[in-house]
Write a protein that binds this ligand. Structure first.
Ligand code: GLC
Length: 541
């Protein structure tokens, strides 16, 4: 492992900030965020000074032309921008404005399925002998008239819909308006590679690849076995949740497709592939490629599934570190557009501060979800306002709308997000929890994020050093060292609501506390962590 910042790749060094464009900033008063809104807020993200967050990469969720049944994850044209968000000229301006500030641009790429409005699917469904028929996955009904197999849709119901016009079923593991592409067809593969090149040529630095582990399915489309650990209270239509993912995900053949995708990225300099992957460690780790020739960053969501416990978090990190081959670079995600808000999941505002320090001090690339730097909590979405297909089909309590509420910029009537009522309701706390208010409050969470990101950026041990968990024998505390040949930093996190006394050999000084109020030195090596406090310490010479 290398310790020198300049010898790391940008995707190792950067903090990635995920923007859900619909919800970030609306500049044309339609209640929906847009690309001009992202441009308008680039200085907030990084203006080169510690007054800004200091992130060095942004990932934009989809902005492509789309009927928006799954809010842009149903793409009708891979090579254009939906007029809701802007146009290609605006996109080009976004690329250059981001690059001017040292911000890399990662875009979402959805290779598993298109919208049913994509011209490929319109052609494909038009007749059984259309040249694009085989670009999607079509099957006859079984001889008894039943569905081709037992697979379910993530959003409820079966994964097959019958097309009366051509007399066959097509596969869709999300909504029926998201037919799945057939990656076994060489022409389809080539067409998809061209969509990557289209954006690579425009200067895009990387892709976040949607459900990439699903693009190849079992050749025979065999039935998936029942999942013995499925939650017995799943709604009756949650067929996906009742089954294991034996034949629809993480098939051996997916890896050769990903190597081809990586080869396309490698036609250009320093482009990065990030994958949305959900499997357990042994399946997950394969996505780096045996020779490091697949994805640079298979997203690691493991911490999001852990309870708020020091021992659980430590175990997750240690298992990950142990599973990684030497060439593989770790990464951590604590929130995204599909999961409940971090602050709601981990217990509240106090936990959110410790979570910020955890995310930004582990070894590997952190991804931060918009609004988590303000510690937004789950939005309150009345049942009649639910927009997300998951919430509509599987029950109001499963709606992902809660995590997609508008960014809270200031205390003005629409939170500085828009001039009109936003597409999802604003959270009631926006008058106090917003960027403007938190910027002015020295000990706010937003200021903690800024300080942590800038400290990380200037500290080789934190952005590039080794990771070593310490056995300190104090309940509810997770303590680890980050170290290069010439620099050591210690991170000590108290996950409990009580004080904890730590004994460490040597003398230390506090560089930063999550409470932002403390800069002591300890010559005795003994110190107290206050409730829900995290510290970064440096050895005192
Ligand atoms: C991924 C996306 C999610 C989307 C689904 C279908 O899981 O993160 O938002 O609904 O894929 O594209």
């Amino acid at each position: 492992m290398t310790n020198h910042k300049n010898s790391l790749h940008w995707w190792q060094r950067a903090v990635v900030y995920q923007i859900y464009p619909r919800s970030f900033k609306d500049t044309n008063a339609d209640g929906i965020g847009d690309l001009n809104g992202v441009i308008a807020r680039l200085d907030y993200l990084n203006d080169g000074t510690p007054n800004s967050l200091g992130v060095e990469a942004i990932w934009l969720s989809p902005f492509y032309p789309s009927p928006m049944v799954d809010f842009g994850y149903d793409i009708a044209d891979y090579c254009d921008i939906d007029p809701l968000f802007g146009d290609l000229a605006t996109f080009d301006r976004l690329v250059s404005e981001a690059h001017r500030r040292g911000i890399k641009l990662i875009i979402d790429w959805v290779p598993n399925h298109t919208s049913d409005q994509h011209r490929w699917f319109v052609e494909s469904r038009s007749s059984r002998d259309n040249p694009k028929r085989d670009w999607y996955i079509w099957r006859d009904p079984n001889p008894d008239g039943s569905l081709p197999n037992n697979w379910g849709s993530v959003f409820g119901g079966p994964a097959w819909t019958f097309d009366p016009g051509s007399g066959q079923y097509y596969l869709h593991q999300f909504v029926k308006e998201q037919p799945e592409l057939n990656w076994r067809n060489p022409e389809l593969r080539a067409a998809m590679f061209e969509t990557l090149r289209f954006w690579l040529k425009r200067g895009v630095d990387g892709f976040r690849m949607d459900v990439i582990g699903m693009i190849l399915k079992d050749k025979e489309l065999r039935d998936n076995p029942l999942n013995p650990n499925a939650n017995p209270n799943l709604p009756a239509n949650d067929l996906f949740g009742r089954l294991q993912t034996t034949y629809n995900m993480d098939q051996d053949e997916v890896h050769s497709a990903i190597r081809e995708i990586r080869a396309v990225l490698d036609e250009y300099d320093e482009r990065c592939g990030i994958g949305e992957l959900w499997g357990e460690l042994p399946r997950w780790v394969r996505y780096y490629g045996e020779l490091g020739d697949e994805l640079q960053l298979p997203f690691n969501f493991r911490l999001m599934r852990e309870p708020w416990q020091a021992s659980a978090m430590r175990r997750s990190v240690d298992e990950l570190e142990a599973a990684l081959p030497s060439f593989a670079w770790p990464n951590y995600v604590l929130g995204n557009h599909d999961q409940p808000r971090l602050a709601s999941r981990f217990g509240g505002q106090s936990q959110a501060r410790v979570a910020a320090m955890l995310l930004l001090t582990l070894r590997g690339t952190p991804t931060l979800y918009y609004g988590d730097e303000l510690s937004l909590e789950n939005g309150q979405i009345p049942p009649e306002k639910v927009q997300d297909p998951q919430g509509k089909n599987l029950g109001h309590e499963r709606t992902r709308d809660v995590t997609r509420t508008p960014m809270q910029w200031d205390a003005s009537p629409q939170a500085g997000f828009s001039q009109v009522e936003p597409w999802l309701p604003l959270s009631a706390d926006f008058t106090s929890r917003n960027v403007e208010t938190q910027s002015q409050k020295p000990d706010s969470l937003l200021n903690l994020y800024k300080k942590l990101i800038w400290l990380r950026g200037e500290t080789p041990a934190l952005y590039g050093g080794d990771y070593l968990a310490l056995d300190i024998g104090v309940a509810d505390c997770y303590v680890y060292q980050r170290r290069t040949a010439t620099q050591t930093r210690l991170v000590a996190l108290n996950f409990s609501a009580e004080e904890r006394q730590l004994e460490l050999a040597g003398s230390w000084k506090i560089l930063i506390s999550t409470h932002l109020d403390r800069q002591e030195k300890f010559s005795t090596g003994s110190f107290v962590l206050r409730p829900h406090e995290g510290l970064i310490l440096a050895p005192e010479q």
